[in-house]
Design a protein around this ligand. Structure first.
Ligand code: NAD
Length: 393
């Protein structure tokens, strides 16, 4: 798996300004030229309180080896702990700080357990994805020979559009995309735009180029039925494909793809898909390689990146120190790589690659892995083992 995630969503016109602002002058930081990062820590709920600190611990251990990297960390309230302390799950103050950051790590949100009908108990993550224009949800799936996976030699990435589609909590400017005209009838509206389709398609082609594996993008749709919405999505992907003559492009109906994914996941390199189909397919993909603990993710847009694993807050195992931190650690790794690419900082990219190598060593040795992977290790123990492995790279 290559989890080097490019700043591919970034519009070309503001890249120079952003880099100039973010690489601080030598004298301001003291010593040699440094690259300065502002990163938020939002632990979320349940196992988020266990896996997010491990992700932060691993990033800190990785960047310590590169003195040119300076990270300014901000611990910010969110989720149920914030509701208990402040009466709201997404404080305005948290949002205001996020605007000043380069990126952040968001732990899983256990919103199903939030008080119903309290407008202060919102589900924060769709709001963050929408408010910060985090259009692309990049979710890699990789098998490891040492782990019990349904398939070996799987190494694919699904890029899912994040902010429209069928998701009624984020697909409208005002109001929600779901309503009931009568007590016996419910309707849902699906939104597809050329803009977001083009952005995710570009992310997919850039990633396929950078991964340099099969150099293939598969666009997944159902345009036989959703002639207008999937039609617009797939037509836009086709337009973008014309700019990438070196990358093979294919289209597949979502039902056919769902079957192929189970039977021959090795056939795929980068897959691009609309929101709801992608939500389902990425969990299916995680199931091929060991479950949700093995499913990292990055939400990225033109200006920000948010490390967010695919899994939820897993209340069934929370507080036991047995949650698998892989997904969260690798989500953080993807964010560091994205930021390094955005700021053209080779050391941050190297540090991200180091994390990947260290994680792979720990998984290969199987000594410290958590019970979902068949081990007897703990969340914190696996984090310590990754940091120890980093020290040997
Ligand atoms: P879940 O992903 O939390 O858990 C599903 C199963 O996978 C559970 O058996 C759990 O123990 C296991 N699992 C998940 N992550 C794991 C890890 N890192 N290591 C080991 N095992 C892991 O899904 P759920 O139980 O349906 O939802 C729980 C809560 O999370 C709900 O409130 C739901 O709404 C929320 N949720 C949040 C997100 C998110 O924040 N992105 C995503 C999905 C669900």
């Amino acid at each position: 798996m290559v989890c080097r995630v490019p700043g591919v969503d970034k519009p070309k016109q503001d890249s120079g300004r952003a880099f100039a602002e973010q690489i601080l002058p030598v004298e301001e930081l003291g010593g040699t030229e440094m690259t300065h990062y502002r990163i938020g820590i939002l632990k979320g709920d349940d196992i988020g309180l266990e896996v997010v600190p491990v992700a932060v611990q691993v990033i800190k251990a990785a960047v310590k080896r590169y003195p040119s990297i300076f990270i300014d960390w901000s611990d910010l309230p969110i989720g149920y702990p914030s509701y208990v302390a402040r009466g709201e799950t997404l404080p305005e103050a948290t949002l205001q700080v996020l605007y000043k950051l380069d990126g952040w790590i968001l732990g899983p949100i256990g919103h199903m357990a939030y008080p119903k009908n309290d407008p202060k108990a919102v589900n924060p993550h769709p709001i963050l994805r929408r408010q910060f224009d985090l259009v692309s949800n990049i979710r890699p799936t990789k098998s490891f020979a040492s782990l019990p996976c349904l398939h070996q030699n799987v190494d694919l990435v699904i890029i899912r559009e994040n902010n429209e589609g069928f998701q009624p909590d984020r697909n409208m400017y005002k109001g929600v995309g779901e309503f009931m005209p009568t007590p016996d009838m419910a309707l849902s509206v699906r939104v597809i735009t050329r803009r977001n389709s083009a952005l995710v398609a570009k992310s997919a082609f850039e990633l396929a180029r950078q991964r340099n594996r099969q150099k293939k993008v598969t666009a997944v749709h159902k345009n036989t039925v959703f002639k207008l919405t999937c039609g617009l999505f797939i037509d836009t992907c086709r337009e973008v494909a014309k700019e990438y003559g070196d990358i093979e492009f294919e289209t597949l109906s979502v039902d056919t793809f769902a079957m192929h994914l189970v039977m021959r996941p090795q056939n795929y390199d980068v897959v691009v898909v609309t929101n709801m189909f992608g939500d389902i397919l990425t969990d299916e993909a995680a199931g091929l390689v060991g479950g949700l603990g093995m499913a990292p993710g990055l939400c990225s847009g033109p200006n920000y990146a948010m490390a967010q694993a695919t899994h939820g807050s897993a209340p069934d195992i929370a507080g036991k120190n047995i949650a698998n931190p892989y997904a969260m650690v690798m989500s953080g790794q993807m964010m560091l790589s994205w930021l390094g690419n955005k700021k053209k900082d080779p050391d941050a990219i190297k540090a991200a690659n180091d994390i990947q190598l260290a994680v792979e060593r720990v998984l290969a040795e199987l000594k410290a892995v958590t019970p979902d992977l068949g081990g007897k290790g703990s969340t914190s123990g696996m984090g310590d083992a990754i940091c120890e492995a980093l020290g040997k790279i």
